[in-house]
Design a binder for this molecule. Structure first.
Ligand SMILES: Cc1cc2nc3c(=O)[nH]c(=O)nc-3n(C[C@H](O)[C@H](O)[C@H](O)COP(=O)(O)O)c2cc1C
Length: 184
């Protein structure tokens, strides 16, 4: 099984990116192959329907998502919605990359929870013909603390990460049986 993760902040030390990096480590520990696309490390040009040639970062992202059995989208909560960087990245893709594929949405917010961005992200997933995972995860307020080893400081968040990943991986195994079993 392969999972692609898109970290949708273009901020250095973004907590949403730290959360996706932690999730990637958990997935690898379960024997799942991962690709993390970090939009701070690999920024994309502004999408234009008129552009005829894709740059290297954009092509690599589209390939990683197309080849994945499941996708995790991470976003900071900006003005009750997702980041411009993630929306721009999603505009380069569509059903070709997402159709029939389980997708987990994750956010980080200044407030206690950032569910406005998660609700909007799930609507975008549906419009790209992806399948929203039944769980989502919002890291908000004081929960946005990480240990030096990269783990969320809050034990409840660590448990929720396990639960949301159980749900995503279980859904991927049902929908894409060719992806093969993974160790847990
Ligand atoms: C432009 C902007 C808009 C924001 N809007 C919201 C918001 O609507 N609700 C909220 O709870 N926090 C808001 N915040 C705070 C961020 O959600 C918070 O700093 C979050 O941790 C950012 O995620 P990051 O650490 O991944 O960059 C906003 C921050 C910025 C820079």
């Amino acid at each position: 099984m392969k999972i692609a993760l898109i970290a949708g902040s273009n901020r250095r030390n973004a907590t949403s990116t730290k959360l996706l990096q932690y999730m990637e480590g958990v997935l690898r520990g379960r024997g799942i192959a991962t690709t993390l696309i970090d939009l701070f490390e690999t920024p994309l040009p502004m999408y234009s329907p008129d552009a005829e040639v894709l740059d290297g970062h954009t092509s690599a992202m589209k390939r990683a998502v197309a080849e994945a059995d499941a996708v995790i989208l991470g976003t900071p909560e900006y003005h009750g919605s997702i980041s411009g960087a993630l929306k721009n990245a999603l505009d380069f893709m569509g059903a070709g990359e997402f159709s029939g594929k389980p997708v987990l949405s994750v956010s980080s917010s200044g407030g206690a929870v950032g569910v406005s961005s998660l609700t909007q992200l799930q609507a975008m997933v549906r419009n790209m013909h992806g399948i929203n995972s039944p769980e989502w995860l919002s890291l908000g307020g004081d929960a946005r603390q990480f240990e030096t080893d990269g783990a969320p400081a809050d034990a409840a968040i660590r448990q929720r990460v396990e639960r949301t990943l159980d749900s995503l991986v279980g859904l991927a195994a049902l929908l894409r049986p060719h992806a093969g079993a993974v160790s847990k």
